[in-house]
Design a protein around this ligand. Sequence first.
Ligand code: FPP
Length: 254
Amino acid sequence: MIDRFLKNPEERPHQKADTAKSGNIPAHVAIIMDGNGRWAKERGMPRVAGHREGMKTINRIVEKAHLMGIKYITLYAFSTENWKRPKSEVEFLMRMPEKFITKELPSLMENNVKVQMMGSTDLLPAHTLKAVKKAIDDTAGNTGIVMNIAMNYGGRDELVRAVKALGEEVESGSIKAEDISEKDIKAKLFSSNLPDPDLLIRTSGEIRLSNFMLWQLAYSEFWFTDVLWPDFNGEHLEEAVKVFQERKRRYGGV
Ligand code: FPP
């Protein structure tokens, strides 16, 4: 029953899609953009055609999120496990930031979007890094929604890095092991300058985290939809936010 509702929130009559209320908009929405490959397969197209279409969704959703008053949007574009995909698909995905910047920079500027990246820069090809850096630099002065792209990101990798960094500080004597707090761990995460996501969205009907923001999602509300990422639109985002607004967040309290 719960699983059915998780997968098909539209089956809950009191949570039917409508427009989200203006108050209580989630400040930070994180999205696992899934289903590009299946979208393409359904149309007899190569998987990469799904990624190309998925890139168009990004622009649409960031713009809509900005209009709704969402302050931060984190998008899972490439995980530390995605290197296992066929070489040609990995190469295509590594070209996405360049394609995105070439095509979308003017609209990012127009919409006052500030780009940042979350993930390890190790292993990213120089051309990918260059494009990401250009997006970050060119939008650095923008003051609207923050678009945080998770590239070569893994939640466990992030935690291992945080533990190593704190271990080094313990070794150097700048902090005592017994004094390490949640705040110190957060400070070592890639997303240290962002609040934790209020809402996590995953498209395509998969109900798992796939190593995404393991620390940061501790108290986030989750919303899953069967819609494939290339088909995801502003109305779906409204629906997710509306469901979020009906949830009671207790953070372990009563
Ligand atoms: C998951 O679908 C999607 C990805 C692994 C890549 C998502 C990337 C983009 C939408 C473009 C990124 C753009 C920028 C600017 C970095 P899947 O391939 O796992 O789909 P499937 O589960 O149906 O096979």
